[in-house]
Ligand binder design. Structure first.
Ligand code: APR
Length: 240
């Protein structure tokens, strides 16, 4: 890259929230908070046992409200960079927590949905739900029917949200930065290739190197490497 980027897309994953007290998905034992991922993050798992899935997300929602869960320096650095940067900036997150919003990020797309929203499969309404526990008997605040509510999150086998907007931004960006994601889940795992094909420089910021084919990488905890990368922008892109 020889000129200063004018259009940046950042993708974040669970690694950016790990130091805020929210565990990543792919623990060494393949479980997500002691559950098999397919039990709590698939339409089939929900059909089999909706009460278990609701309880799982109720618990995650409660955890998000605890006082030790708050944005870390990685989230804050991204929000500050967005405020200062004069070009196009889009933050795409796979995370369903609200830590980027709390840090002050504005142009933000939750491609895997949001833990603090519920959706009614009967009337299609998407409503904010910051506090209430949901059960299979809960009543939709819009159509007032019971039995249709589900977490407004994207499960395995479902189509991620905002894909048109994301692909348009990737095709137009000249810098793509992937932060704290293992690159195990598609389509997000392909974003760096899409950006590269459109001529962008690609950078990985992660605890460890993943299998992605990035132009350059910085490795360490997000709370350190994200502020360092964005505070030294644009020099950080020109150095290996
Ligand atoms: N700083 C930076 N990176 C970190 C940190 C940290 N403190 N801690 C962990 N990581 C890295 C890990 O090394 C790993 O590469 O973050 C990555 C987390 O990977 P995953 O747990 O697989 O999370 P993610 O890539 O976001 O998962 C994608 O999978 O289960 C689905 O829908 C869910 O959005 C999720 C998607």
């Amino acid at each position: 890259m020889s000129s200063i980027p004018r259009s940046i897309v950042v993708l974040t994953g669970a690694g950016v929230s790990a130091e805020s007290g929210i565990p990543t998905f792919r623990a060494a034992d393949g479980l997500w908070e002691e559950h098999r991922i397919e039990d709590v993050a698939s339409p089939e798992g929900f059909a089999r046992n909706p009460a278990l899935v609701h309880d799982f997300y109720n618990e995650r929602r409660r955890r998000l409200r605890q006082s030790d869960v708050r944005p870390n320096k990685g989230h804050l650095a991204l929000a500050e960079f967005e405020r200062k940067f004069r070009g196009e900036f889009l933050l795409v997150t796979q995370n369903i927590d609200d830590l980027h919003e709390r840090a002050g990020s504005r142009k933000l797309l939750h491609m895997h949905g949001e833990m603090l929203k519920i959706r009614c499969e009967l009337c299609g309404a998407v409503v904010e739900n910051r506090e209430a526990d949901i059960s299979p008997a809960s009543i939709c605040p819009c159509c007032h029917c019971a039995g249709g509510l589900r977490p407004h999150v994207v499960w395995f086998g479902e189509m991620p949200f905002h894909m048109d907007e994301i692909l348009t931004a990737l095709a137009a960006c000249d810098l793509f930065v992937s932060i704290g994601t293992s690159g195990n889940v598609y389509p997000a795992a392909d974003f760096h290739r899409t950006a590269k094909a459109a001529g962008a420089e690609t950078v990985e910021l992660n605890l460890e190197q993943t299998g992605g084919n990035f132009d350059r990488g910085r490795y360490g905890p997000a709370s350190e490497i994200v502020p360092a990368f964005f505070a030294n922008f644009p020099e950080s892109i020109f150095t290996r």
